[in-house]
Design a protein around this ligand. Structure first.
Ligand code: GCU
Length: 138
């Protein structure tokens, strides 16, 4: 299946706000995490089959301080304190990819800030089947 985008502004947000004051985002805006530990964005992502998927977060961090985020899938930590270092400006968006195991059906993918800075401004999550699951070219 093709990579699928899930906008942060359409996800469930705990301690954060949808904003659009820094350009370059997709969709209607991005999520500005509240600057507290534990703020999160949670996407509901369907997977046709269980397996390994790549999860790519598009983000901006206009500070020089890393904003690590725990990635959990259905309540279990999948990637600990993934680094979201400064991107140089709030309008400069970069991506960070982790791999995770998803179950068939709906998956709750949550990105939770682990420091008092909160998470980076987050534009979207892109989910794709991991390379190992893709058919090999002839
Ligand atoms: C600024 C910026 C926000 C950002 C915030 C932060 O206020 O405009 O987009 O989220 O800093 O440090 O988290």
């Amino acid at each position: 299946a093709a990579p699928t985008d899930y906008e942060a502004e359409d996800a469930q947000i705990s301690q954060g706000a949808v904003e659009s004051n820094h350009g370059g985002f997709s969709g209607r805006g991005f999520v500005n995490y509240t600057n507290v530990t534990g703020s999160y964005v949670e996407w509901t992502v369907p997977a046709a089959q269980a397996g390994t998927y790549s999860l790519t977060l598009r983000y901006a961090n206009g500070t020089t301080v890393n904003r690590p985020v725990d990635i959990s899938v259905n309540g279990a930590i999948s990637a600990n304190a993934v680094a979201f270092p400064g991107t140089g400006a709030w309008t400069t968006w970069q991506t960070k990819t982790v791999t995770a195991t998803l179950t068939a059906g709906q998956n709750k993918i949550r990105a939770t800030a682990t420091t008092a800075e909160g998470g980076p401004n987050t534009d979207k999550l892109t989910v794709d089947a991991a390379d190992t699951e893709k058919p090999t070219a002839p």
